[in-house]
Design a protein around this ligand. Structure first.
Ligand SMILES: O=C(O)C(=O)C[C@]1(C(=O)O)C=C[C@@H](O)C=C1
Length: 122
């Protein structure tokens, strides 16, 4: 019998029911695996966007492409809805990631300008 079934109020972290503790641990293991997958997937995405940033810098293309972003948001909102994830959250997450990508693109563009500009022939 645990303290909640005896009416003694909330349990501290130390005296959690064994089954509840086991389920919590299992869920946290899965969460850790999912978080690791997210990090690896994000790293792959940033590898792609880094190359996009190089191409954009080399060809003097703008860092941001709002039309492309609009298509991505529409698509991701739909995917989120189908997956029973809040579409507003999916949109915020994509915007957060894209803002970071654009920052990287701008850094690459300014490096290309500095390296290739007049008076920097070496
Ligand atoms: O597709 C591009 O042009 C990118 O630069 C990549 C990306 C993205 O992270 O998905 C980033 C910035 C653009 O505004 C649109 C999309």
């Amino acid at each position: 019998m645990n303290s909640s079934s005896t009416g003694q109020g909330r349990q501290g972290p130390g005296d959690l029911d064994e089954d509840v503790r086991a389920e919590l641990d299992t869920l946290r293991d899965s969460i850790d695996n999912i978080d690791a997958a997210i990090i690896h997937i994000l790293a792959e995405r940033f590898k792609c966007t880094q190359r996009v940033g190089q191409l954009k810098a080399e060809h003097s293309l703008p860092a941001a492409d709002p039309a492309r972003e609009a298509r991505q948001i529409t698509r991701l909102r739909q995917l989120a809805e189908n997956a029973k994830l809040d579409p507003a959250f999916a949109e915020k997450l994509l915007n957060f990631i894209i803002a970071e990508v654009i920052r990287h693109h701008e850094t690459l563009a300014s490096e290309a300008t500095t390296a290739g500009g007049p008076g920097n022939a070496d």
